[in-house]
Design a protein around this ligand. Structure first.
Ligand code: UD1
Ligand code: CA
Length: 484
């Protein structure tokens, strides 16, 4: 096959172009006035750059995606490294044209490079694919995605050779545009496709003769037009896709847009979200049909919620897996936890990492759990701390129960077997094991293991001094000390 394509011209022409994606992400983001790199600011619950990489890897395999990094390169690499993309280091940020200059070696093996901006996260795989296919079909040298905006301020303007024609003569940056050019509402989105060979044949013709003293990638339009190469602009039908995040205001607008889009998508999948404007749902969250999300709920990270659940107001749920028909009452905070079908949690429960609430189990108000498994049908309904605990099925944990899991140095485990009844206000000093079907008397301090089927009392016997209060009153009266 390989031999055929080398010897047979027709088949090598017909073979699909080798396509790479370059993502420009080396800039500082001066306009955000931040000490953090721009592309690591979050929208929709994850770094802007992570959105762009997610979209890029829908179009080509991760090994063909080259992220150009520079400012705080190590932090950026660390934040998105697990995606499997490649990195190109632009040590000095001398402009978008320069970003592509340093990627020359990495991109040499490819026919076509799709260039994306690491600060514009709404672009879709479909639009990128259309742009790439249009470029190939038109045999263009450079194709840019343009958009017609009501307010084009700040963007590069597309100067076409003739108003109706597809050919582009130049892109003029806001700061270099004259009054007439500023009126042009067709802007350069910052997404391009280039033929790799032509790009690197001509890239050295870029200069830094502009307001910023930078190499502008946008100037390649003029360079190619001068060399009589085809430069085309494809207008996007959805101008919303090209929006960037140069300022904090743009950042939060974009975040709101992403979150509303996420809510709408979930609603089309059968989820009810009341007052979606008040809910914060991250991009990767999954929710089953007929689940109802009440106002002011945050669902973050990799949270997954099954069908027929109700998540009541003011809960913040992160990286948590919730089964079907679960009722989360108002005001719960959960991280890295699991809740099985038909469980009830809240109001005001705090599930810290490693909490595992079994089927039909109840975790009630002011109950905190950590690294704790609560078995099927077990209940801890009020004012309780359960840490490092293994709790079986059908256990009742009374109000005010505390597992003492920490001696200041080490953490220890509490094991409570099936069917145990722990009376209210009990203190279980770990390491400790309460055997199956045992009872712990209320207000006990339990320091030793309790065998199965037992009753354990760990408190001082009650003493009653009959008549004591009356005698006290009378003696005070005789000394004239009592006021009433
Ligand atoms: C750029 C375009 C402008 C377009 C706009 C769309 C240029 C000169 N202008 O302007 O025509 O309308 O995008 O959003 O390209 N970057 C690097 N290395 C650098 C400089 C920048 O990797 O040396 C990266 C940035 O991190 C950013 C992207 O390139 O992710 C775009 O740079 P930015 O400075 O935001 O360009 P704009 O001023 O928005
Ligand atoms: Ca930008």
């Amino acid at each position: 096959m390989a031999k055929l394509s080398r010897t047979n011209n027709v088949s090598s022409l017909a073979s699909p172009p080798r396509v790479a994606i370059a993502i420009m992400a080396a800039g500082k983001g001066t306009r955000l006035k931040s000490k953090h790199p721009k592309v690591l600011h979050e929208v929709g619950g994850k770094p802007i750059l992570a959105h762009v990489i997610g979209t890029a890897t829908k179009v080509v395999p991760a090994r063909d995606v080259f992220v150009i990094i520079g400012h705080e390169a190590d932090r950026v690499r660390h934040a998105v490294g697990e995606t499997g993309v490649q990195f190109v280091l632009q040590t000095e940020q001398r402009g978008t044209g320069h970003a592509l200059m340093v990627a020359r070696e990495a991109l040499a093996p490819y026919d076509q490079v799709i260039v994306l901006s690491g600060d514009a996260p709404l672009i879709t795989g479909e639009t990128i694919q259309n742009l790439s296919a249009f470029h190939a079909a038109q045999k263009a040298t450079m194709t840019l995605l343009s958009a017609v905006l009501d307010n084009p301020y700040g963007y590069g303007r597309v100067i076409r050779k003739s108003p109706k024609g597809a050919h582009v003569r130049a892109i003029v940056e806001e700061k270099s545009a004259n009054a007439n050019q500023k009126k042009i509402r067709e802007i350069n989105s910052g997404f391009y496709v280039f033929s790799v060979a032509a790009l690197y044949q001509h890239i050295s013709e870029l200069t830094t003769k502009n307001v910023h003293g930078e190499y502008y990638l946008t100037d390649m339009a003029e360079v190619f037009a001068r060399a009589r190469k085809r430069v085309l602009a494809l207008r996007t039908l959805d101008p919303g896709e090209v929006l960037g995040t140069n300022t904090r205001a743009e950042l939060v607008d974009l975040d709101a847009a992403l979150r509303m889009a996420k809510c709408r998508q979930l609603m089309t999948e059968g989820v009810t979200i009341y007052y979606p404007q008040t809910c914060v749902i991250d991009s990767d969250v999954e929710i089953g049909a007929d689940t109802v999300i009440e106002p002011f709920v945050q669902l973050l990270g990799k949270t997954r919620i099954g069908t027929d659940c109700r998540i009541r107001s003011y809960s913040v749920i992160k990286n948590t897996t919730i089964g079907d028909s679960v009722n989360v009452l108002p005001g719960c905070v959960m991280d890295d936890s699991r809740i099985a079908n038909h469980a009830v949690v809240g109001p005001y429960s705090r599930l810290r990492p490693g909490s595992d609430v079994g089927e039909g189990a109840h975790v009630g108000n002011f109950v905190e759990t950590k690294k704790t498994r609560l078995g099927k049908g077990s209940k801890a309904n009020h004012l309780t701390y359960l840490g490092d605990s293994e709790i079986g099925e059908g256990v009742n944990v009374g109000a005010g129960t505390i597992t003492c899991n920490y001696d200041g140095v080490h953490k220890y485990k509490t094991v409570i077997e099936d069917g145990v009844f722990v009376g209210s206000d009990s203190i279980l000093v770990a390491p400790i094991k309460i055997g199956k079907d045992s009872y712990i008397a209320a207000a006990s301090c339990i320091t030793e293991d309790v065998p199965a089927d037992s009753l354990a009392l760990g408190r001082a016997r009650q003493i009653v001094k009959e008549g004591w209060a009356k005698e006290k009153r009378e003696s005070q009266k005789s000394e004239g000390k009592l006021h009433k």
